[in-house]
Design a protein around this ligand. Sequence first.
Ligand SMILES: NC(=O)c1ccc[n+]([C@@H]2O[C@H](COP(=O)([O-])OP(=O)(O)OC[C@H]3O[C@@H](n4cnc5c(N)ncnc54)[C@H](OP(=O)(O)O)[C@@H]3O)[C@@H](O)[C@H]2O)c1
Length: 418
Amino acid sequence: MSLNVINARVTFHKSPIHMLERFTFRDLDSAYSSFLEHSGLQECVILQTCNRVEVFGAGSAHDVEKIKKTWASIGGLEENAFKENLEISEGTEAFEHLLKLTAGLDSLVVGEEQILSQIKGAITVARESKTSGNNLNTLFDKAIRVGSRVRNTTGISRGSISIGSIAVKLAEENIDDLKSKHILLIGTGEAASLVAKSLKKRGIEFLVTSRTFERSKAFAETVAGRPIEFESALANFKKVDVLFVATVAPYFLVTYERVRDAMESKRDGMMILDLSNPRTVDEKVATIGRIKMFNLDQIAEMVDKNMRTRRGVVSSAEKIINEELPVVQAVMKRLQVEPIVKGVFKDIDTVRVKELKKALQMLGETDEEKIRIIEHLTQAIVEGIISTPMNNLRKASEQGDSELLKSVSKIFDYNTKG
Ligand SMILES: NC(=O)c1ccc[n+]([C@@H]2O[C@H](COP(=O)([O-])OP(=O)(O)OC[C@H]3O[C@@H](n4cnc5c(N)ncnc54)[C@H](OP(=O)(O)O)[C@@H]3O)[C@@H](O)[C@H]2O)c1
């Protein structure tokens, strides 16, 4: 089936990170059902990370308005909620966007590794739930291959700094002798591990906590830090000089009251870095005296500065993408003719098998060797006649010649719209 690929996205480029939450899909299964049912898409892959919410679709009857409407209705948003936040790419532009994503070129921290595994995860989920099909599966497989090539040949990931190390750098720049301070990390997930690795690399000791003590213990053993009970950590902010928070709690873990009370019995200041999106530190905390607070948006600004110093690696990565894009385009175009090629081969083979059976019956042939020779003869004739036109059809499609596809569909009475 001939389908067009579209990508609709809300990302940190056009929307502050704390606003992205409005556009995320809480129930992925029902989001998939809605897009497939209401927006004219036959295939769909949803990619959600802390920096982006993206819908990749393939369809023959979709339009941007339908996608927007469906997205708004899933999230209970006003239809004008998207304003300039929503970016749309179609066809080749959508392919290019996915290649940049897998290469890490569209990431907040250019070259970061997580996005590639997040994309692999998204297509695996879509494949398993059968919301993606031949078009998006092929596109994602190719893009993942290109992303790996970029990372293996340009060293883009090696030179990149993580959001965790930027956060630690911010703490270092704002606090004298960070090593001697009491540091607490709340969170034991992926983002927390980026902070922990960076602290460990600098030889800085810290406490780590999350709701389940076992998880904190395992984190301390496998990543770094000294585990501490969650409630005791939350009740003892007065002992903390630097607090990193990276959790997905749906409420403020670090409340105004808790910090205010802690600061009353504390002489020195406290620095709080909230990497969470949505925030898990109440913004009002920043108004308390001697508190220095940074949230993910501010950390992201630092990341942006870092990117400007890495232009060389970026341009090598872009060169690879420019080389690979026509290959991906050709593969995707060829995909459009594969159903008809398969269909024609199948129809002709059905005739061949039927006629072969008839002929063998009429001949009353029982010699297996002779039957095998006759069968091979029929196969060779079919392939000899049909292979060249079908290969020409594939080539024409790769070169964007849709006229031949129309003619072949007409000749073989094949409906390309499926
Ligand atoms: N991953 C990244 O690269 C990245 C980058 C920038 C920002 N972020 C942001 O960082 C935050 C964490 O992301 P992640 O990727 O690390 O997630 P994750 O791997 O799923 O980890 C989530 C963490 O949150 C804790 N948690 C979950 N529910 C909680 C609750 N109700 N109260 C307290 N803690 C809770 C979990 O530990 P327990 O269940 O044991 O409490 C775990 O430590 C998110 O807000 C994300 O947007 C992530």
